[in-house]
Design a protein around this ligand. Structure first.
Ligand code: HEM
Ligand SMILES: *[C@@H]1O[C@H](CO)[C@@H](O)[C@H](O)[C@H]1NC(C)=O
Length: 333
């Protein structure tokens, strides 16, 4: 028996998210082996870096910099005040340097940085273009930061809800055993035959409601919405929570299943927001959640540690809503 605390679980989630990225990277490596020099992958420190980053709440000096950002122009200062960010960027730079070295414009692009490099080449000599090396760095940074804590926080909610609802956990495991079995690993193709598991993952995201206020947006022109006039330049905050937790929409108990047990998509399911600026990582996130969740429940049963009270299902509010710290027992099945 192993005891995992909420914090350790979080670390585990980040580690697995990194692992999935590495698997993807290694897969690419295999396909393009001839073009990559041999050598270890530069990424395993990534999980630790993000971990440190989010545990250290901003120091008072960092808060000062937030208000007076011009101080960041002082040479050498940003790296001293934000060591984790600096180390993270160093890792991104290493990754991109490797890309540049092994990039072959004659071949189809291996990934997003390759496709971006093509555009940087085309845009050479055009200072107006946004395709430049600095934007490439920042784009990679954006994708990592937007994609990791979101997915791992959702994955911290999943086992909590499973130990609070053991009957649901058993039902998922039953479906896993029937469709996948205990021998092989889950694959994306299994999803279509696992409506109950799909429904549970959707419910985890709906209930977790990890980005209750979405991302702020600003109107680029005057608009009228349902009779309300909104002038250009207005900051708009979408209350995703009001949709995800709207009791008139989410009747119990079959939120994502019809009477025949088929999975049903719901319009009010919008943890990734909606519209043109909907989360661009949604398809990747869905894959990660499905594979990680089914893998875990295929191998383990989770429960409240003996003698402990049921943990709370209330979130801790911040930029992202995380579950309150909790402990669980993970027993190999
Ligand atoms: C469970 C996981 C995730 C959740 C709940 C989530 C949620 C969101 C939300 C609510 C937004 C704001 C959309 C808006 O502006 O209205 C967003 C934007 C974004 N997300 Fe995600 N996300 C997740 C995973 C990912 C992943 C894995 C990636 C990248 C690999 C990613 C990349 C992005 C990016 C780049 C944006 C900005 C898109 C834009 O402004 O056009 N996200 N996400
Ligand atoms: C978002 O909507 C919910 C439910 O309608 C409400 O309780 C909450 O106060 C709203 N949040 C904000 C910041 O207005």
């Amino acid at each position: 028996r192993e005891l995992l605390t909420g914090d350790a679980l979080w670390a585990l989630s980040v580690a697995v998210a990194v692992f999935l990225l590495l698997v993807d990277l290694m897969h690419r490596r295999q396909r393009w082996a001839a073009r990559y020099p041999p050598g270890p992958l530069p990424l395993p420190g990534l999980g630790n870096l993000l971990q440190i980053d989010f545990q250290n709440m901003p120091s008072s000096f960092q808060k000062v910099l937030n208000v007076v950002p011009v101080l960041l122009r002082i040479p050498g200062l940003p790296g001293r005040v934000f060591p984790a960010q600096k180390a993270f960027m160093a890792m991104v730079d290493e990754l991109l340097e490797e890309h540049r070295m092994t990039w072959d414009p004659a071949q189809p692009p291996r990934d997003l940085p390759d496709a971006f490099l093509v555009e940087v080449e085309k845009a050479k000599g055009n200072p107006e273009s946004s395709f430049n090396d600095e934007n490439l760095r920042v784009m990679v940074l954006d994708l990592f930061t937007a994609g990791m804590v979101t997915t791992s926080t959702t994955m911290a909610w999943a086992p909590l809800l499973m130990i609070l609802h053991p009957d649901v956990q058993r039902h998922v495991q039953q479906e896993i055993d029937e469709v996948i079995g205990q021998v092989r690993q889950p694959e994306m193709g299994d999803q279509a035959r696992m409506p109950f598991t799909m429904a549970v993952i959707h419910e985890v995201q709906r209930f977790g409601d990890i980005i209750p206020l979405g991302m702020p947006h600003m109107t680029s022109c005057d608009v009228e919405v349902q009779g309300f006039f909104i002038p250009k330049g207005t900051t708009l905050i979408t209350n995703l929570s009001s949709v995800l937790k709207d009791e008139t929409v989410w009747e119990k108990p079959l939120r994502f299943l019809d009477a025949q047990g088929h999975f049903v998509k719901r319009e009010a399911f919008m943890p990734f927001s909606a519209g043109r600026r909907v989360c661009l990582g949604e398809p990747l996130a869905r894959m990660e959640l499905f594979l990680f969740f089914t893998c875990l429940l295929q191998r383990f049963s989770f429960s409240v540690p003996p003698g402990q009270a049921r943990p709370s299902d209330r979130g801790v509010f911040g930029t992202i809503v995380t579950p309150s710290p909790y402990q669980l027992c993970a027993e190999p099945r």
